[in-house]
Design a protein around this ligand. Structure first.
Ligand code: ATP
Ligand code: MG
Length: 455
């Protein structure tokens, strides 16, 4: 059976009445107008879920250049990931050929049982063109429409009558927060060198920046990378400086040199783990729209000090002046958690070009913190899920990558790890409860949270 939506494919299978929102569009790129429209439609009409369906090759945008479908899909995924009620379907893109909404609606209708009501969400500007589409009468039999107001497109009585004259459409009009923003305008802004910060999600800004989308030969950037400016712990390195051009700590040469250093610092087995963490961190960064090079480097360096014994690492912590910054009971009773802190301090001293946010992710990779940045979470998760780790049900956690938000994944991994420590009667870092409480209340509750399952 084709996968329409990995989150919601099984919707309605228990026979309960379900309302499923469908949000079609080119999403080139997805922006807050789309997201707010979908979320407000969901709340307004009691929808259980909304599936965003980026068009493959839109029949109504023939002749206009459109960003490759897979990149539009990636951006939709990044933007929708944090909302547990949203998902993105590649169904139109995978179908290939010219995209007609009637084919999509038919496929959805065949896939979901009858107790799933399909609700087609559109902006007021689109409803008229949909009504004029090929086989719109067929679509109307299978879905209810909800049409959101959109600045610049008035929903007048004559507009409604014009649509009514085209066919028998069940349309509910609703008022969304007016966001006078369109993908075309955003593309133009990027072309002129402006950032899209606050107009779409940070993860999408980062993606556009990284993939150099919408730039023209004339584009001169007016801002730094959104990742750099939004992260309070990041070093102030703007694109175009030696560092981001690959001359500094994020260059391949620096990475390779530190990789060589590690061969004399840690065992071959440890190095294999480190390489696994670096690759996993890079992968997570791509999935979650975090700076890939920073994640890769932090993954490589996280166990920089793992070659020291208990007494040596304690001494190293004292030599690096960490007494006073780390609680004494941790320095004296928990030497196994010191290596992240000492690595960050020593690397910062010896390689001042390493960005501060990379050092912080290394610092936090064992104990975590209450205010983890996305980069911190990526490195923490990568350490637990790299392919060399083989614990009982760890594959269940790996399977969540890309299907749950980064915070949720972090909490699941944190929970798993804490459980493992408890079951092995290992001491817990004194901040563990603080970290747990900070995230447990932010992440949606799961249904399968029974204690016995783990044993
Ligand atoms: P473009 O400028 O390239 O046409 P767009 O911003 O209109 O892009 P689409 O992908 O064409 O985005 O739109 C997808 C759906 O989202 C359509 O139903 C559209 O009406 C709706 N929509 C887009 N922007 C807004 C907005 N700012 N407010 C409400 N609805 C919107
Ligand atoms: Mg449009």
């Amino acid at each position: 059976m084709t996968v329409i939506s990995s989150r919601f494919d099984h919707l309605g299978q228990d026979g309960a009445e379900v309302r499923l929102g469908i949000m079609g569009g080119t999403f080139d790129p997805i922006h807050i107008g789309h997201l707010a429209c979908a979320e407000q439609a969901r709340e307004h009409f009691g929808l259980d879920a909304v599936i965003f369906i980026p068009t493959g090759n839109p029949a109504h945008k023939q002749g206009k250049p459109v960003t490759p479908a897979l990149q539009r899909l990636d951006m939709c995924r990044l933007a929708c990931l944090p909302n547990p009620h949203f998902d993105v379907s590649p169904m139109e893109i995978e179908r290939g050929g010219l995209t007609y909404a009637v084919d999509t609606v038919r496929e959805l209708r065949e896939h979901f049982p009858e107790n799933v009501r399909l609700v087609y969400i559109t902006g007021a500007d689109s409803i008229l063109s949909i009504a004029r589409w090929k086989d719109s009468g067929c679509i109307a039999q299978m879905v209810d429409f909800v049409a959101a107001t959109r600045p610049g497109y008035e929903v007048t009585e004559s507009f409604k009558q014009e649509i009514a004259a085209l066919g028998d459409f069940r349309i509910s009009y609703f008022q969304v927060t007016s966001l006078a923003i369109s993908s075309s305008e955003l593309r133009q802004m990027v072309g002129e060198g402006y950032s899209l910060r606050y107009l779409t999600t940070l993860s999408v800004c980062e993606y556009i920046f990284r993939h150099r989308l919408y730039r023209t030969p004339e584009t001169v950037l007016k801002t730094a990378s959104p990742q750099v400016v939004d992260d309070p712990h990041a070093s102030a390195v703007a694109p175009g400086t030696a560092e981001s051009d690959g001359q500094g700590a994020l260059s391949q040469a620096f990475y390779d040199a530190r990789h060589e250093d590690l061969k004399t610092r840690v065992s071959a087995r440890r190095l294999a783990h480190i390489e696994g963490v670096a690759e996993t961190a890079a992968h997570l960064a791509t999935v979650y729209g975090v700076d890939r090079d920073k994640a890769h480097l932090a993954g490589l360096l996280h166990d920089w000090d793992k070659g020291y014994g208990d007494e040596e690492i304690r001494q190293r912590a004292l030599d690096l002046g960490l007494e006073g910054k780390i609680p004494p009971e941790v320095i004296y009773d928990m030497p196994q958690v010191l290596h992240g802190h000492t690595a960050a301090a020593a690397l910062g001293r010896d390689f001042p070009q390493i960005p501060a946010d990379v050092l912080q992710a290394i610092d936090r990779h064992t104990t975590a913190a209450v205010d983890m940045t996305p980069l911190d979470m990526v490195v923490y998760i990568a350490d637990a899920l790299e392919p060399g780790r083989q614990f009982g049900d760890i594959d269940e956690l790996r399977a969540l990558i890309g299907h749950v938000s980064l915070e949720e994944l972090f909490l699941r991994v944190y929970e798993y790890w804490t459980f493992l420590l408890l079951s092995r009667q290992r001491p817990l870092h004194p901040d563990t409860i603080k970290v747990w409480n900070a995230y447990a209340k932010r992440v949606p509750k799961r249904k399968d949270n029974d204690l016995g399952k783990r044993n």
